[in-house]
Design a protein around this ligand. Structure first.
Ligand SMILES: [Zn+2]
Ligand SMILES: [Zn+2]
Length: 401
C-alpha cells in the first residue's frame, strides 16, 4: 500500500518483501522510481509523497553511558543533497574502536552514542549529481564520512589524514548538519557519494562489512610498506584485525606468521592462511624468529611491550602498530638502533585505498569470518570481544533494528 496515495499496485510494492521500517520511512514511491531518478515515480505523487531524500528520523541502537549496554534510540538523518546518497543499512559489524569509544578510552564520547563504522547496505536514494551509484546498488560506509577535499592530504587520497579535520562516521563533529555524527548501528545513513564504497554484487555482504575498517586498516600497511610475495610477514594478535590481516597478506603471497596469546587461535590462524602460528609465551619460538621478518603488524588493541617483536624484524624493517591507539610501551632506542628498525603507526586508509581492498577481496574470494547477531545482542557481543572470546567478527543484522 502506497503511504502517499493509499493505492495498491505493483508499482507501489516494495521489492523482495523488504517492507521494513527503513523502506517505509524512505517511502515506497522512491523505491518504485526508475534508476537514477531520485525521488518520485509519478506526477500524481509529486506534491505529497515522502521523498527518499528527505530529512528523516531513523531507528538506531545507542549507548547512553560507558556501561556497555545498548538500547533502541531514534536519530535524525539529514536530507540528502545533490551529491549525497541514502543507504539502507543491512549489516553493521562491531569494531573494537566502537568499544573504546563508548568506554571513554579516547575521551568521553557524546552520549547517546551510535557507533558503527563497518556497514554495508542498499542504496535507496541518490542526489541529482550522484554519478557512481544508482538505487538498488550495494554500498559500504567505513570510518569517515567527510573531509575538506582541498588540503594536500585529501588531494593525495589520504582523507583520513585531512589537515582540516576528518569527519569520522560517529562521535565526530558533524560539519554538515551540526551536532554529532551517528554510525552504522542504525537503519539508514545519508552520506556523500565520495565517501561511499562500491560493494560488488554477488559477494557475502555481511562478510564484507568488516572490510570497511578492519580490512582497510590491515591492507593499507601491506600496500604502503610494499609487502611482496614470499616475504615473511608477522601478525601480532588474532582478533578482528588480525584475522583479516592474515587472509589479505596470504592472498598477496606472503609467508604469514601469527603471534597470539590464545592457544585456541593457533589452529584458526592456519585455517585463515598463516604458515605458522606461535604463542607469545613460546620463548623458543621467539628466539628462533629473531631477525627474520620483512614486515610486522601489531593488531593488539591495548598497549604492551613491543621490543620483543621489534627484535624479530630484519635490518631496516618496520613494525606497524594499528591496534594500540595509546602511548606505546617498551620500545628500546638502543635495540632499535642496532637493527635500524622502525616502529610506525597507521590508521584506516583513504577512500580509494578502501575501494582497492574491497575489490581485492572480491577478486580473491576473501571475506571476514563472522557471526551474525541481532541488535539486542550488541552489548553481550562487545563484552565477548573485550574478554577475547570472539573467534569471528560480530555482524549485526540491522534489518532487525
Ligand atoms: Zn574500526
Ligand atoms: Zn583535507
Amino acid at each position: 500500500m502506497c503511504q502517499a496515495c493509499n493505492e495498491r499496485s505493483a508499482q507501489h510494492l516494495t521489492r523482495e518483501g523488504e517492507s521494513r521500517r527503513g523502506f517505509l520511512t524512505a517511502g515506497a514511491a522512491a523505491l518504485a522510481a526508475p534508476l537514477t531518478i531520485p525521488a518520485l515515480s509519478g506526477a500524481a505523487h509529486a506534491q505529497d509523497a515522502p521523498s527518499a531524500l528527505a530529512e528523516s528520523r531513523v531507528q538506531s541502537w545507542a549507548a547512553f553511558d560507558t556501561s556497555g549496554s545498548f538500547a533502541p534510540h531514534t536519530i535524525p538523518r539529514r536530507a540528502a543533497g545533490p551529491k549525497d546518497m541514502v543507504v539502507e543499512i543491512l549489516y553493521s559489524s562491531i569494531c573494537h574502536s566502537d568499544i573504546h569509544t563508548y568506554k571513554g578510552d579516547w575521551g568521553m564520547p557524546q552520549f547517546p552514542l551510535v557507533p558503527g563504522h563497518e556497514m554495508v547496505g542498499r542504496v535507496t536514494g541518490v542526489g541529482s549529481e550522484v554519478t557512481k551509484f544508482r538505487e538498488g546498488d550495494y554500498a559500504g560506509v567505513g570510518t569517515m564520512v567527510d573531509s575538506c577535499g582541498t588540503c594536500a592530504n585529501c588531494l593525495a587520497d589520504r582523507e583520513q589524514n585531512c589537515l582540516n579535520g576528518t569527519t569520522f562516521t560517529y562521535n565526530s563533529a558533524d560539519k554538515l548538519s551540526g551536532g554529532v555524527t551517528y554510525g552504522g548501528y542504525s537503519r539508514k545513513i545519508v552520506v556523500k557519494e565520495d565517501f561511499a564504497l562500491r560493494i560488488p554484487p554477488g559477494v557475502d555482504l555481511a562478510g564484507f562489512a568488516p572490510l570497511l575498517c578492519a580490512g582497510i586498516t590491515t591492507f593499507s600497511p601491506i600496500n604502503h610498506w610494499d609487502l611482496r610475495p614470499g616475504q615473511r610477514y608477522g601478525v601480532i594478535g588474532m582478533g578482528g584485525l588480525g584475522r583479516l590481516a592474515v587472509k589479505l597478506a596470504a592472498a598477496k603471497g606472503a609467508e604469514v606468521v601469527v603471534f597470539t596469546t590464545s592457544e585456541d587461535k593457533l589452529e584458526d590462524a592456519k585455517t585463515f592462511g598463516a604458515a605458522e602460528a606461535y604463542l607469545w609465551s613460546d620463548e623458543d619460538a621467539m628466539r628462533r624468529q629473531r631477525g627474520s621478518f620483512d614486515l610486522m603488524l601489531s593488531t593488539v588493541p591495548v598497549a604492551y611491550p613491543m621490543q620483543p617483536f621489534l627484535n624479530l624484524l630484519k635490518l631496516d624493517k618496520t613494525l606497524v602498530n594499528v591496534g594500540a591507539l595509546f602511548p606505546v610501551e617498551g620500545a628500546h632506542g638502543m635495540m632499535m638502533g642496532f637493527g635500524r628498525q622502525s616502529l610506525a603507526g597507521s590508521m584506516t586508509g583513504g577512500i580509494a585505498e578502501t575501494q582497492a581492498v574491497i575489490d581485492f577481496a572480491a577478486h580473491h574470494g576473501i571475506a571476514a569470518s563472522y557471526e551474525m547477531i541481532a541488535p539486542e545482542q550488541i552489548g553481550a557481543a562487545c563484552q565477548k570481544v573485550v574478554n577475547k572470546e570472539a573467534r569471528y567478527r560480530y555482524v549485526i543484522d540491522m534489518t532487525q533494528a
